[in-house]
Design a protein around this ligand. Structure first.
Ligand code: CAA
Length: 241
């Protein structure tokens, strides 16, 4: 029986590349998404990967959504916490709402997804959790006090949970992508992207979603059973944590 993988934010951007790569590697994959029905349906049509709509910032919605996935595909063996949003603003202009939304999705969402799945993984003695953090959780980023705080929080969460899961066959790792050519990054003002960000990337280009997806495929494999609590940086040399 092939293992079941659930990818949050899995119908677009890095998440879509991860879902596609996991399917290609032989897993049964489900993709969660929050809002864009049209993109999600197109993704399902193109890939054959089932999509499930719920908001990871709600614990109840996660419990309900995970139950739907498990009823269709079986217990979740592999969880990829990829869903994330930006609400960029210089701190003096940042609103409490921008703070709450980003922490709610990017940090609390990781708790909300992992907590309902954790007991089953412990009982079965196997699990793979990969948290998609960010270079900006490692180094901080102007205009992203909210996002940097959430993504740094994801790294602390990863390291704590890795210790708890180790004796139960569960690995918990993080990937810190740098600037990847997705809608999220392309929403950065063009002048800022071209004059400030790309010149800081030694390989001289944005990353590709598939370059992150390949890291996930490795971390969830049986071959990676001795790797837990670690962070893979995939950032074109922009920052060495
Ligand atoms: N690096 C270096 N300098 C930056 C910068 C960055 N990432 N972002 C902004 N600046 C600079 C601007 O060039 C500008 O400098 P000058 O005054 O010398 O021209 C100054 O900071 C102020 O910027 P703005 O004029 O754009 O100010 P604003 O108030 O209109 O907007 C902002 C501020 C919302 C932060 C906007 O600049 C912005 O969106 N910046 C990008 C922030 C960023 O890097 N976000 C990452 C999104 S991608 C992502 O999050 C994925 C991931 O994990 C990597």
């Amino acid at each position: 029986m092939s293992r079941v993988a659930l990818v949050t934010g899995g119908s677009r951007g890095i998440g879509a590349a991860i879902a596609i790569a996991l399917k290609a590697a032989g897993y049964k994959v489900a993709a969660n998404y929050a809002g864009n029905d049209e993109k999600a349906q197109a993704f399902k049509q193109e890939t054959g990967i089932p999509v499930y709509k719920w908001d990871v910032s709600s614990y109840e919605a996660c419990v309900d959504g995970i139950a739907r996935v498990e009823a269709d595909l079986g217990p979740v063996d592999i969880l990829v916490n990829n869903a994330g949003i930006t609400r960029d603003a210089m701190f003096h202009k940042m609103t409490p709402q921008q703070w709450v939304e980003v922490i709610g999705t990017n940090l609390t969402g990781v708790f909300n997804m992992t907590h309902p799945i954790w007991s089953g993984m412990r009982d079965r003695g196997f699990g793979r959790i990969v948290n998609i953090s960010s270079i900006n959780g490692q180094k901080g980023q102007m205009g992203q006090a909210n996002y940097s705080a959430a993504k740094a929080g994801d790294l602390g969460f990863t390291k704590a949970l890795a210790q708890e899961g180790a004796a139960k066959g569960i690995t918990v790792n993080a990937i810190c992508p740098g600037y990847i050519g997705t809608e999220m990054v392309l929403a950065v003002p063009e002048k800022v992207l071209n004059e400030r960000i790309i010149p800081q990337i030694p390989v001289g280009r944005l990353g590709e979603p598939e370059e992150v997806a390949r890291c996930v495929v490795f971390l969830v494999s049986d071959d990676a059973g001795f790797i837990t609590g670690s962070t893979i940086s995939a950032n074109g040399g922009q920052y060495f944590a």
